[in-house]
Design a protein around this ligand. Sequence first.
Ligand code: UGA
Length: 431
Amino acid sequence: MSSSEREPIAVIGTGYVGLVTAVGFAELGSDVWCVDVDAEKIDRLRRGEIPIYEPGLDELVARNSSRLHFSTELAPALEHARLLFVAVGTPPTHSGDADLSAVHAVVGSMPRPDGHALVMKSTVPCGTGANIRRIFNESGKSGFSYVSCPEFLKEGSAVGDFMHPDRVVVGGEGDWAEEAVVRLYEPLDAPLVRTDIASAEMIKLAANAFLATKISFINEIANVCEALGADVVEVARGMGLDDRIGPKFLQAGIGYGGSCFTKDVSALKLLAGNSGYHFQLLNAVIEVNELQKRRVVSKLKRHLGALAGKRIALLGLAFKPNTDDMRGASSLVLAARLQAEGAHVRAYDPIAEDQARTLMPQLDYADCADGAIADADAVILVTEWREFIELEWEQVARAMRGTLVIDGRNALDGTAVRAAGLTYEGIGRRR
Ligand code: UGA
């Protein structure tokens, strides 16, 4: 391979992280062999169909189709690539630890050493790399290299995040594989953190746990603002201008969702606990988030009294805009709580309805925002999709039975909502 040629790679697991990684490296010029055990998914990908909703991904797949190779077999990947990126799921187990069975299935399926390396993209507990090294050594595969290269993509902006990362973290054993991974990322010109494997694993968990902590912190500030008459949006602006704090992830709302924060905060807490350290702060982060999802219910009761028979419209269900992902979404808890109170809940999400229906088959779904709003006693903004932010509030006021609008993401123009004769209530906003 000449120095101008790009290293071919394999990506095992074509879920969200795997697919974006594969397509991103193809865009940078590598041939990418993608492997997945799900034959139906591989068939769809071969036909150019994208199994997830992620803005910009379909164009990138189409543009790089000649460099992307999809298969259910590992053999072609092993034949063509030295670096095998692992991007399989690591969902939480009943104990809250990460389920590493898919990772271990990959490790177990590796052949005897022949100059390959596993590059771990899946989020795994700190110590996993050391454990895999031990397994390789004990099974006569000590020639296998191992690199930890955690992923920091955000759903909804993953393509941009891949191309313009804040940093690239590469934890390795100082061998050819670590060098090769560093070289792969070179064209992105991002700050590089080269470190040992355990530290790389910890960076990923600590980053997610810190971001979740920031959100729970501002949510608690919002709750105190409500009690004391301050406005959390103003407070966050004033705090965020301090360089040491920064403005991001200071948006108060009805709690963080998604598979990552929920899973990783709990995994880090348990990882610490299992090694004898009680991570007190993360207990609070989790509890604050759980309570935050439910606070809207008491707001509703304050305005409407008992909720039995009340018609509540939920605008948005996905855990954040620009994704159809419902994992850990605050809407799941909120909708269930409202139904338990006897409210009639009608929901609309522009993209996530199919995913939502499988998790909440009993919910009443509207096929547009107007349909959800019609005759509602209260409207709750759950996910800040652009189309909700751009609603005509006079029209909303005419369609509703009641007047209450709860802005669960502090994303609406409260003045415009009030000007339409509606009652606006945000999270931690001055009334
Ligand atoms: C998160 C991290 O941001 C990524 O860096 C990481 O790679 C990813 O997890 C992962 O581990 O795979 P993601 O779950 O896609 O990314 O979503 P975020 O944009 O971080 O949002 C998470 C949740 O926090 C959403 O429900 C969002 O609405 C909420 N949030 C975010 C707030 O409530 N307030 C904020 O200020 C920011």
